[in-house]
Every structure is written in structure tokens, then in C-alpha cells.
Ligand binder design. Structure first.
Ligand code: GLU
Length: 426
């Protein structure tokens, strides 16, 4: 039976394909002008690794600027977030992707999503002093890890872009002159245009986006490609700057961190939920795929994907408040918590326990049904147990390894893996 999600995507593709597409495919890279403008595909990958696809989802496209957020993440993985921020800012520029402007005082490019920032970012992949070929390979291997399969460079597209890369050369020389570029200008343009010439299908791109949505772990292969803090920085910059001079419209209408490329691709990564990619070559006035933007508007609206539409976390955090028998037959008041536990959900738990003191002298705070417990939630629950103990209760925190990190909990409160393993002497 074909999944209903695939059918929704079919419907979105069919609805978007009606009438002539606005805009033209990019022509300033001659090789891209040959792409069939009627191609149209979309793929969506969930953070548990399932992909749904419709239309031309397996057609290979030139990823172009979609490479930028991934290479930015690789540079931060290799050099650290602060070192990359020293060379490249995080402010939306409100200008076109190939603008030659830099921040007034620092002379940094505004952000890594415009070409100036992407050239500087490319140079920061790998350890200082590696060869250009080693850097090329780190970039290709890194993007392949995001995709979960080995990707390739389209040499024809690369050659074609190098022949006409006058503007990127002038940006690179300017960056070198201001000490922002850490490799020579020619090497930066060659390597950067090579990363742009990588080919991938919408299906691949949706897995790459889902890896960002999944905190840097590829949901299909299970490989941790980049650390969680690097992903947070990358998604934030995508949200603020990924759609160039259309960033404000994009955030309000679609509300998904995204990146477009002049090859007609567009990706979006919705943290914790999914990655999406679309492909349609004709570009709008901002240099983004016109039909891709339409597909994302429909997806966001039809599937309720806007980042700011978040259901309240607190309503159902306590799945059950009742009593549980300990191993000696004594009863304890138990709070069984569920869902993702973070500040807002645990604050509600703390309030309930504080306002309605537990009936029994023994108390169990049970997180084994929670889907995640972040560091703040773990600390707050540990403190809750410690405070109950200070009030004269016997209290325990129950939680599964891998879901709650005992290092996040106050030192004198240990995390017990199940109610049956509570040691009544401790
Ligand atoms: N390689 C392209 C350039 O530097 C990327 C532009 C884009 O995809 O927005 O012009």
C-alpha cells in the first residue's frame, strides 16, 4: 500500500506543476542553462530515517549554494565555532548572494550563506596547512556523510563555473587582502566552486537536511557527522540568512530553516522533525527556485511545519500520578513523566509537586517514559529529588541510560534505571 504521506507529496507536486513556471534556470553558469526546466521533485526524510518522495526526486542536480550550510558545519566541526565566527559573521545581509560587501569594521563577510562568507568558510575546513586536494576530499566526504552515500563532483559544471567566476575571484581577492581568507584566492574559488558542483538528488538532499534536523546524526546510517552545538549554529544561520534578501518573507510564510541553490534545489531542516528538499530549475528574482518556494509554502501550510507553531509542552507532561509498590511492599507516590522533558515541561512538574505535596513518605520521579531529558530538565529533576529528601521524604529519580545523563543530575542523587531496582537502603 502506498503511504498517504507519499500521496500528499504527489498532490503538492501536481498542484505546483500547473501553468508555466515563473523565472528562468540560471544561465551565468553556462552548464546549468542546459537543465530541463520542467523537472520537479520533492523528498521528505523524517528524523527516524524514513524518506517519502514524489516527482523527479531521484534526478541528480547541481547543489550549488546548498553546499554552504553543510560546509559551514564542517568548518565549525574542524576549527570550532568561535574560530569560524572570527572570520565570518552571522548577520543577514539583506543583499544578493554574490554581493561584494563586508562588515564595516571587522571586514568579515556578513554570513556564510552569501558567496563571500562561503569562500572564507570553505578555506576553514580541515586543519590549517592541508593541501587543496585534502580539503576537497574532506568537503566531499563530509557532504557524503550527511547524505549517507558517496556523492560526486560534476566536473563539467565545475569547469563551466570556473570559466565565468570573475565575481567570485574578485570577492576572494578582497577577502585575502583583508586577512579573512586563510588560503590563496585562486585555491578558495577553485575549491568553493567544486563544492558547489557536487551532484545530489532531492532524495539525498532530504537526508542531508534530516541530518541537520536530527542534531547532526544521519538518521539513516546512524553516523554522527557534526556535533549538536554546530547544528544549532548552522540552523540558526540558515533561518536568518538562508534565503538571501528574502529572509523575512521566508521566516514569516514558511518558517523552516532553509537554503536554496541556483541549480534549482531547495532544502529545509525542521529541528527534531524532518528534512525536505525540492528541485525545479527556474529561479525567482532572489535566485531561489520559484516552484521550490511554492512547494515549501504548501508543505509548511498543509503539514503545519512552521517553526513557530509549537504545541504547548507542559499540558501532558505528567502521564500518571499515583502510587507504586516498592520491593518491600511499601507504597510510594509516583510521578510518571512523558514526552520531551526540558525547562518548560519540568517547571510544570516542579510546580505540581511543590503545590500538592506527595501523599506517601516515599516518592518516585519516573522518567522512563520520556522521549528525551535535556541537561536542564535532568538538573531540575535531580534538584527536585534532593529538595524532597531535605524535607524528610525518601525520594528517587528513575531514568534510562541514553535518555537521561547522570552527569547532568546533582552529584548526590543517583539515577536508578527502574522502579524495581530502587535500593531502599540508599
Ligand atoms: N556557485 C554559485 C555561485 O557562486 C552558487 C550560487 C547559489 O547557488 O546561490 O555563484
Amino acid at each position: 500500500m502506498r503511504s498517504q504521506v507519499s500521496e500528499y507529496l504527489d498532490e503538492i507536486v501536481a498542484a505546483t506543476a500547473t501553468g508555466p513556471a515563473r523565472g528562468e534556470p540560471a544561465t551565468y553558469i553556462p552548464e546549468l542553462a542546459h537543465v530541463d526546466p520542467t523537472l520537479l521533485g520533492v523528498a521528505l526524510t523524517t528524523t527516524d530515517g524514513v524518506t517519502y518522495a514524489a516527482g523527479d526526486a531521484d534526478t541528480m542536480l547541481s547543489i550549488q549554494s546548498i553546499s554552504k550550510p553543510f560546509v559551514y558545519a564542517l568548518a565549525m566541526r574542524d576549527r570550532g565555532i568561535a574560530a569560524v565566527e572570527e572570520k565570518v559573521g552571522v548577520e543577514p545581509s539583506g543583499e544578493a548572494f554574490n554581493e561584494m560587501t563586508l562588515e564595516e569594521v571587522s571586514k568579515r563577510p556578513y554570513n556564510p550563506m552569501i558567496n563571500a562568507g562561503a569562500l572564507a568558510t570553505h578555506a576553514l575546513v580541515g586543519e590549517p596547512g592541508i593541501t587543496d586536494e585534502e580539503r576537497d576530499e574532506l568537503v566531499l566526504a563530509g557532504l557524503s556523510a550527511f547524505a549517507g552515500r558517496r556523492l560526486e563532483v560534476d566536473e563539467k559544471v565545475h569547469g563551466s563555473e570556473m570559466d565565468t567566476a570573475h565575481r567570485n575571484f574578485s570577492i576572494a581577492h578582497m577577502l585575502y587582502g583583508y586577512d579573512i581568507l586563510t588560503i590563496d584566492a585562486h585555491a578558495a574559488v577553485r575549491g568553493y566552486t567544486r563544492q558547489c558542483a557536487i551532484r545530489a538528488s532531492p532524495r539525498d538532499l532530504s537526508v542531508m537536511a534530516a541530518t541537520l534536523a536530527n542534531g547532526g546524526t544521519n538518521p539513516v546510517t546512524g553516523e554522527q557527522v557534526v556535533p549538536v552545538d554546530v547544528v544549532r549554529q548552522t540552523l540558526s544561520v540558515m533561518l536568518a540568512c538562508g534565503m538571501y534578501d528574502a529572509a523575512g518573507d521566508w521566516i514569516t510564510d514558511v518558517g523552516i530553516p532553509a537554503k536554496s541553490g541556483v541549480g534549482g534545489g531547495l532544502i529545509g531542516a525542521l529541528p527534531g522533525q524532518l528534512g525536505v528538499a525540492s528541485f525545479s530549475p527556474p529561479l525567482d528574482e532572489h535566485g531561489s527556485s520559484a516552484r521550490g518556494v511554492e512547494i515549501f509554502e504548501r508543505l509548511s501550510h498543509d503539514f503545519g511545519l512552521h517553526l513557530m507553531s509549537v504545541p504547548p509542552l507542559t499540558r501532558s507532561v505528567i502521564r500518571d500520578r499515583g502510587s507504586v509498590d516498592l520491593i518491600d511492599g511499601r507504597s510510594a507516590t509516583s510521578y510518571v513523566l512523558q514526552g520531551p522533558l526540558r525547562f518548560s515541561s519540568v517547571e510544570a512538574v516542579v510546580r505540581v509537586v511543590t503545590d500538592n505535596p506527595p501523599e506517601h513518605r516515599s516518592v518516585v520521579v519516573d522518567t522512563t517514559s520520556a522521549t528525551s531529558v535535556d541537561a536542564t530538565a535532568a538538573r531540575m529533576l535531580g534538584d527536585l529529588v534532593a529538595r524532597l529528601r531535605a524535607e524528610g521524604y525518601e525520594a528517587w529519580l528513575v531514568g534510562l541510560p541514553g535518555i537521561i545523563d547522570p552527569d547532568d543530575v546533582a552529584a548526590d542523587v543517583s539515577v536508578v534505571p527502574s522502579v524495581g531496582e530502587i535500593d531502599l537502603r540508599s
